[in-house]
Ligand binder design. Structure first.
Ligand SMILES: [Zn+2]
Length: 421
């Protein structure tokens, strides 16, 4: 992509009211734009990151044996009355009546809908087990939307639902999903912690949350001041870091995933029953598994930035490589940038070329702000020696490379672009 042909713009300052570092950076890079409080449009850069996050999640869900579906956002209120969650959700649920007089809501989650589908199809033990998942827009009428897409009224979630014959089957599905979640967050370059949690309005008797340390989080974790290990338990924190016994400090944490053993909470009420091998009727055991997809963008940014901007982990970077031709009035420089763009794309990288007629300082500042893991500068050095400068965004270290060595140099930097080296 060439900047002058793109919809990309940046701003020096974030608008007033941006409350966290991720919110400010997402607005300064125009990843998102607010329509009304709690409702955001995703612009090209934000959309590219979102798609990359979704793709990682899809790959890991499929690897875990789940099948993708798409369930409707528009749902009959009647279904929610059957499980009693109509009242439980109260004003958090967006409701209205259509012209036929049907009482409807915009789904804040999908346990009811998916359970009703399963009730229609499951007859025998041979129909089990299975797991369905979707990546879909959810709606919640938040009293106080905050931190940009962290706490918004319309957001994107991955939700999965497992259906098993018995407790042992559910335990297995639950552990499979838990392992998949750990792979997902690790692939995105997130430091995270898994903690036993309260099941809240979703229900069931066992649940775990996946938490990441983040300024815009509204939960609490304890982090060691020395080795930076963290824990969710205050009693552990009070007696010092479990690893090095040093003092621990209270930090904000953001919930990015939550998994639940629902057991028969929904399947009993909505009648998901099957005949076992001996012809006895039994109730299906369910689990449900959520990831806040859109919320993962601010989570990644909060863990990967410095004073100058974002430092994308390669796996979710909107563009892996940023090419900066310093002086676009030199036709040789422009040609080199066009050729480089072509070559890097053929080598499989996503590339943004800053072909604007701007001062070098402006371009370098924007490159730092946008945070591609690797920057290639075509500057004075190139004019004299045909050497490109290849810079790692995180460490800011540069190497020089000529044509033939260039792709290898980029690969080396991208492979090393993970936080832990
Ligand atoms: Zn420690």
């Amino acid at each position: 992509m060439f900047w002058t042909k793109s919809f990309i713009t940046t701003s020096k300052e974030a608008p007033e009211g941006a409350e966290s570092v991720s919110h400010r950076l997402m607005l300064r890079t125009q990843m998102v734009r607010m329509l009304i409080a709690g409702v955001y449009s995703y612009l090209p850069l934000g959309w590219r990151v979102l798609k990359k996050i979704e793709e990682i999640i899809r790959e890991e869900m499929v690897r875990a044996g789940a099948q993708e579906v798409l369930l409707p956002a528009l749902q009959p209120l009647e279904l929610w009355q059957k499980t009693g969650r109509d009242e439980l959700l109260g004003e958090t649920m967006l409701r209205f009546t259509d012209r036929r007089g049907r009482k409807l809501c915009l789904g804040p989650t999908h346990e009811e809908v998916v359970t009703q589908i399963a009730a229609h199809f499951v007859r025998s033990y041979r129909d089990l087990p299975f797991t369905l998942f979707q990546v879909q827009t959810k709606f919640r009428d938040e009293i106080r939307p905050r931190f940009g897409v962290v706490r918004s009224c319309e957001f994107i979630m991955k939700d999965a639902y497992s259906f098993d014959r018995d407790d042992a089957g559910l335990d297995k599905s639950y552990e499979t999903m838990r392992a998949a979640y750990e792979r997902i967050f690790r692939r995105m370059g997130l430091d995270f912690l898994t903690a036993k949690a309260d099941s809240g309005i979703i229900g069931g008797d066992v649940s775990h949350e996946f938490m990441v340390p983040a300024e815009s989080g509204e939960d609490v974790l304890y982090r060691c001041k020395i080795c930076r290990a963290f824990s969710s338990r205050q009693d552990t924190a009070d007696s010092g870091c479990p690893h090095c016994k040093q003092d621990m400090e209270k930090i904000n944490a953001l919930e990015v995933g939550h998994i639940f053993k629902l057991r028969d909470k929904y399947s009993d009420v909505l009648g998901v029953k099957y005949l076992d091998e001996s012809g006895r009727q039994r109730v299906v055991q369910m689990g449900c598994y959520g990831i806040g997809v859109s919320r993962l963008i601010p989570a990644v940014i909060e863990q990967n930035h410095d004073a100058d901007g974002i430092i994308w982990p390669r796996a979710v970077a909107p563009y892996e490589v940023m090419v900066v031709p310093v002086n676009v009035k030199e036709s040789g420089v422009v040609n080199a940038a066009v050729l480089l763009h072509q070559r890097l794309k053929e080598a499989g990288f996503s590339v943004l070329v800053d072909d604007r007629d701007e001062r070098a300082g402006v371009k370098f500042k924007d490159a730092d702000l946008l945070g591609s893991p690797v920057r290639i500068t075509i500057g004075n050095k190139w004019l004299q020696t045909k050497k490109f400068e290849v810079t790692d965004r995180r460490s800011r270290q540069s190497v020089e490379a000529q044509d033939a060595e260039l792709v290898a140099a980029v690969v080396r930097l991208l492979e090393g672009a993970r936080k832990d080296g």
